[in-house]
Design a protein around this ligand. Structure first.
Ligand code: ADP
Ligand code: MG
Length: 219
């Protein structure tokens, strides 16, 4: 069970996976945008590569959430004390042994683990969950990302594998759409992008936001 939050302290949602290229930053930026419709959101870019920061900063378009770059583990460990926001989304670096991870996992209320549904990615992630996430005791959920619409069966199979291991997984899968790459290039969340398949791309992340909030309402 998640630790009970003090009313003044923000909920901390960490987006993590030891691998790069699995959609962590895409998930962090889009969920920050969607959840800013209901919460005052700070997006913390804890990856030294600063992709989230780059995404929201190379365009003059105003964001509906604040963003800060922070890789100092000591400061990251104090995220719950940042009381100007009701939700802090942390975009994590692709590492499992970093000081960042050691600092953020204990203060996270909820962890979302984006992964590709491929067996090799999945087995690495299952290890991570067993060693670093489940023992920490907060709520978490795996999210399948970059799923080819023509290969939804593969994702469903991967979901079943996790279900059989009692690992919570989002029912929603994030499908692969060029729209996601284009939105990043243009420096806007998918919610503000206009173009082909944006409706589908946006709907996937709205559904994930709903699932996550459903979990929160029960914790
Ligand atoms: N659902 C998606 N459809 C298409 N491209 C995606 C999707 N999610 C992420 N990408 C692209 O994949 C690459 C890696 O995504 P990113 O979110 O940066 O992953 P990470 O933060 O885990 O390294 C980026 O070029 C991004 O635009
Ligand atoms: Mg990233």
């Amino acid at each position: 069970m998640a630790a009970r939050r003090k009313d003044s302290s923000p909920r901390v949602l960490a987006i993590l996976n030891g691998k790069g290229g699995v959609g962590k930053t895409t998930t962090a930026v889009n969920l920050a945008a969607i959840l800013s419709e209901s919460y005052s959101v700070l997006l913390v870019d804890a990856d030294p590569q600063a992709s989230a920061n780059w995404w929201v900063s190379h365009n003059a378009q105003p964001m509906t959430f604040d963003i800060t770059q922070e890789t100092d583990a000591t400061l990251l460990g104090k995220l719950k004390k940042v009381d100007d926001y009701s939700l802090i989304v942390v975009d994590m670096p692709p590492a499992l042994t970093s000081a960042t991870l050691a600092a953020v996992v204990p203060v996270a209320d909820y962890i979302l683990l984006p992964t590709l549904p491929a067996p090799m990615d999945l087995s690495a992630l299952i290890n991570t969950i067993k060693t670093a996430i489940a023992p920490a005791g907060m709520d978490y959920r795996v999210l399948f990302t970059k799923v080819d619409s023509r290969r939804l069966a593969e994702a469903a199979e991967a979901q079943e594998t996790l279900n059989s291991l009692a690992i919570p997984v989002c029912e929603t899968v994030i499908r692969t759409y060029k729209a996601h790459e284009r939105a990043a290039l243009e420096g806007v969340p998918i919610t503000q992008w206009r173009g082909a398949n944006v409706k589908e791309a946006k709907a996937d992340y709205y559904r994930v936001a709903e699932e996550v909030q459903q979990d929160w309402s029960q914790s």
